[in-house]
Ligand binder design. Structure first.
Ligand code: HEC
Ligand code: HEC
Length: 447
């Protein structure tokens, strides 16, 4: 298609979106009283099937605490199935190591919905190309507009080239298989010692016959292969086991027209999507993909938001220690690209209301604190950051000064300046929290 034809098509779509928007605002007013979605969609959920032999082996490994040096820590200890595969404790991080006394420096993420996480890359901001959109439905909720206001992280020439995808807060693993060996060996986590020690434990595990059945007896003699197959099995378990991606939140059912949102939840959703207000959907995508996959509440991109330093982390007792995310210290391959220092992966918000630790450093323990951060970071920073001895507010105190320019100050609600009116009122913050609570899996639909 030549560029003029493309342009015409684009213009046509914009006109269409405008018309639909006008029509749907009416629909939403009606929805407000009933609380149902005026334009239900069909969501494509992953098919539920029996776990393969490979996934069953992975399940054994996922729950096997003997693989840790303490003998009492398995994947499930930090990624608890009763907490959306997130941390079961109330603290900012989990403890590991031989005596369970070593503190990690990052919050434990939920393992739900990682099956759709793309590999790590640094490239053009694809925006929500594959995402979205049933125009008719989302235009009314402000989503269409929200997408157009999302600017890429960073400033200047690099503005449209963004890090995206990958696992961990800094994206340093690509696949669930690559990822699984990190916690097994991390001295702050399972502290498994070495690949040789882990392989030995696998050879003596009660489920060792499953390896032999799947790969033949030879696998036990080949340490590299044994570990690789074990990690592959852990990945298969996370991909196949339905509870890692159930899509059973109230919001999913609302999208399908099977549940009603309360007035507060619905108002929260509108604010969440509204590019001039909270603009949460600019990064935490709330609309289904074009082919009906449920939204993941992340655009898989990295942003530097300038969260406050968490004084309760042992690592932070060293004033020269900074967790810079994509540019280190955990990963080193992107370290020279200093425009990415301070960037962390946008996490899914599904099941976020079940957590007690928010952001990469676990600095927030309630959703109210998270909302205050978004609302007041720029208008009233004294409500978010600590003060130095001289009384000055230490904005972005978890990032060396030379990287402060990396922090996002363009995407609403971060486009405000001191003295401006905050993007949200107390009531609006509360409504957004009410909406976030509709993202918790396990909602029971009334018949
Ligand atoms: C001591 C607690 C602990 C244990 C045990 C643990 N993890 Fe984690 N897990 C974490 C932390 C902390 C992170 C985030 C680390 C980071 O981003 O650098 C994480 C991140 C992950 C991620 C990436 C999530 C995302 O959103 O990108 C996956 C997948 C994962 N863990 C799987 C596992 C598996 C599989 C095991 C068992 C082999 C395991 N974990 C054991 C604490 C733990
Ligand atoms: C510019 C992109 C962007 C916008 C806009 C945005 N977020 Fe985020 N959100 C992120 C990133 C990136 C993180 C992780 C930051 C970190 O760990 O340093 C995050 C973290 C969170 C977390 C913590 C989740 C967890 O598991 O730790 C919550 C809750 C959250 N956001 C809610 C919201 C809400 C509500 C809004 C709207 C008021 C919003 N976000 C707007 C990018 C964004």
């Amino acid at each position: 298609m030549n560029s003029r034809a493309l342009w015409l098509l684009g213009a046509g779509l914009i006109a269409l979106a405008g018309a639909v928007f006008a029509a749907e605002t009416q629909g939403l007013a009606e929805a407000n009283s009933a609380g149902t979605n005026p334009n239900p969609v069909r969501l494509m959920r992953p098919p539920v099937a029996r776990l393969s032999a490979m996934a069953l082996l992975g399940k054994e490994i996922f729950y096997d605490a003997s693989l840790s040096s303490s003998g009492s820590l398995s994947c499930a200890s930090c990624h608890s199935p009763d907490h959306a595969y997130g941390p079961p404790n109330d603290g900012p991080v989990m403890l590991g190591g031989a005596n369970l006394s070593r503190q990690g420096a990052r919050a434990v993420p939920s393992l739900t919905y990682l099956d759709r996480q793309p590999n790590f890359s640094i490239g053009p901001d694809k925006g929500d190309d594959d995402n979205i959109i049933d125009l008719a439905q989302m235009a009314a909720l402000g989503q269409q507009a929200a997408r157009t206001t999302k600017t890429a992280g960073g400033t200047g020439a690099s503005a449209n080239i963004v890090p995206q995808g990958g696992l961990f807060w800094d994206g340093r693993a690509d696949t669930l298989q690559d990822q699984a060996l990190f916690p097994l060996l991390d001295p702050n986590e399972m502290d498994g010692g070495s690949a040789a020690i882990v392989a030995d434990k696998l050879r003596r595990a009660p489920y060792v016959n499953r390896f032999v059945e799947l790969f033949g007896a030879g696998v036990l003699k080949n340490q590299g292969l044994l570990i690789a197959e074990a990690m592959f099995a852990v990945a298969r378990y996370q991909v196949e086991e339905p509870s890692f991606h159930p899509y059973t939140s109230k919001y999913d059912y609302w999208l399908e027209g099977k549940a009603r949102l309360s007035e507060s939840e619905l108002h929260g959703l509108q604010l969440f999507n509204d590019p001039g207000k909270a603009n949460c959907a600019g990064c935490h995508t709330s609309a289904p993909t074009r082919d009906g996959l449920p939204p993941l509440f992340t655009d898989h991109q990295y942003e530097a938001l300038g969260a406050p330093r968490n004084a309760s982390l042992v690592a932070n007792r060293d004033p020269n220690y900074f967790d810079l995310g994509v540019c280190g210290p955990q990963r080193t391959d992107v370290a020279e690209q200093t425009q990415y220092c301070g960037m962390f992966l946008t996490p899914t918000l599904r099941n976020t209301a079940t957590r007690h630790s928010f952001f990469h450093n676990g600095v927030f323990s309630t959703l109210e604190q998270v909302m205050d951060f978004y609302n007041f970071r720029d208008t009233n920073p004294e409500k978010v950051f600590r003060r130095a001895a001289d009384g000055s507010v230490q904005k972005y105190d978890d990032l060396p000064e030379k990287y402060h320019a990396n922090v996002d100050i363009t995407d609403p609600p971060f486009d405000r300046r001191p003295g401006d009116k905050p993007a949200m009122t107390d009531q609006e913050e509360a409504d957004i929290i009410a909406f976030l609570k509709t993202l918790t899996d396990g909602y029971k639909v009334e018949n």
